[in-house]
Design a protein. Structure first.
Length: 355
């Protein structure tokens, strides 16, 4: 399996990148280490050619992968229970040649299947960055841009010649975008596009809604099913200091402004304290009349023991204050001090109900 994983990595490098002389030398050395490396790479290359596009790999289920592997024609199915010879039944005649070839075909078939799964698994996680509960990390991208990833978050980077794309799969991230007017920086989050050239902005992906907060510079926010033609768009020219025309549905945000995109609709831009919106980078949680439901969702980003709001009547209980994301006891003590609330703790959860 390890050989196929290594072959997968080399194959992806050859198909998606331009190897420099040093990498080509390492690849040549890897091939010379064993004939098994050569065989694995050739098999991987054949499997890749059989799959028309990389997108096809990502979209295949395990059943579809097995079906595709079997269609190569080099897998011999094992006999099923119904096909097995019954007890006392006379054995069927098999030639010695068939007996020798059968294990060989099974081995090659298994190799093809393993290769196919290896390509799918490695490519699906390539250029994907994620954090767990309470974990934060800073990522420097190939263009010099920096992404600060909040807890329980995941992004996928898809840089191309014409644009720098990032998929905000879940969670929250603060983007420090390196300037490059020829390659706009585009964050995709639940159908929303956030375009910039050189700026800082925060994107919070919360279910079907997306909250965009600009810290520095300007960005354009485009709701679902809206696309701007060509490179001369609001998100590029305006961020670079120029002017342009764009669809009315595109919203231009300046530093200190925030919008929420939900169900394809963009809220009216409002002024916010950008420092408060990005306080999570300093391990602080700042709530300004936030509902208990929203507080619980943010709390659970940093703690394995989840905060559960049991009573719908208190879901709109509002909280204001500054709490430490690394010290959950502070928020729990605050909730216990509220006369309207009852707090019960278990090993795995913290339940809040109306007193």
């Amino acid at each position: 399996m390890q050989i196929y994983e290594e072959a997968s990595e080399w194959l992806i490098k050859h198909r998606t990148e331009s190897l420099d002389p040093a990498e080509r030398a390492r690849f040549d050395q890897w091939l010379r280490q064993s004939p098994l490396h050569v065989r694995a790479y050739l098999e991987m290359n054949s499997v890749w050619d059989d799959i028309q596009t990389v997108d096809a790999i990502e979209g295949l289920s395990s059943e579809a992968l097995l079906s595709r592997a079997k269609s190569v024609g080099n897998i011999v199915p094992l006999p099923t229970k119904d096909d097995s010879p019954r007890l006392h039944a006379p054995p069927k005649h098999r030639s010695s040649v068939a007996q020798r070839k059968f294990p060989w075909k099974i081995g090659i078939g298994i190799a093809a299947t393993v290769a196919l799964f290896a390509v799918a698994a490695i490519y699906s996680t390539r250029d994907t960055y994620a954090t767990g509960v309470g974990e934060q990390r800073s990522i420097t991208l190939s263009d010099g841009s920096i992404v600060e990833l909040n807890a329980r978050s995941r992004i996928r980077v898809r840089f191309e010649a014409a644009e720098r794309g990032v998929d905000m799969i879940e969670g929250q991230a603060l983007f420090h975008v390196a300037k490059n007017p020829a390659r706009p920086f585009i964050v995709h989050a639940a159908g929303t596009q956030v375009r910039a050239v050189g700026t800082q902005f925060d994107v919070l992906q919360n279910g079907a809604s997306t909250v965009v907060t600009v810290v520095e510079g300007r960005v354009s926010v485009l709701p679902r099913n809206v696309d701007l033609p060509g490179a001369k768009t609001l998100g590029i020219d305006a961020a670079a200091g120029g002017s342009s025309t764009a669809p009315q549905s595109a919203v231009l945000l300046a530093a200190g402004e925030q919008v929420t995109v939900s169900s394809g609709a963009v809220s009216k831009a409002k002024s916010v304290n950008a420092t408060n919106a990005t306080a999570w980078t300093q391990h602080n949680l700042i709530f300004d009349s936030a509902s208990l439901e929203d507080v619980a969702a943010e709390f659970n980003r940093y703690n394995a023991r989840r905060l559960v709001v049991d009573d719908p009547q208190i879901s709109n209980f509002h909280i204001s204050g500054v709490f430490s994301s690394s010290d959950p006891a502070l928020l729990i003590r605050f909730l216990r001090a509220q006369p309207e609330l009852n707090v019960e703790e278990s090993e795995r959860q913290i339940h809040v109900s109306k007193r």
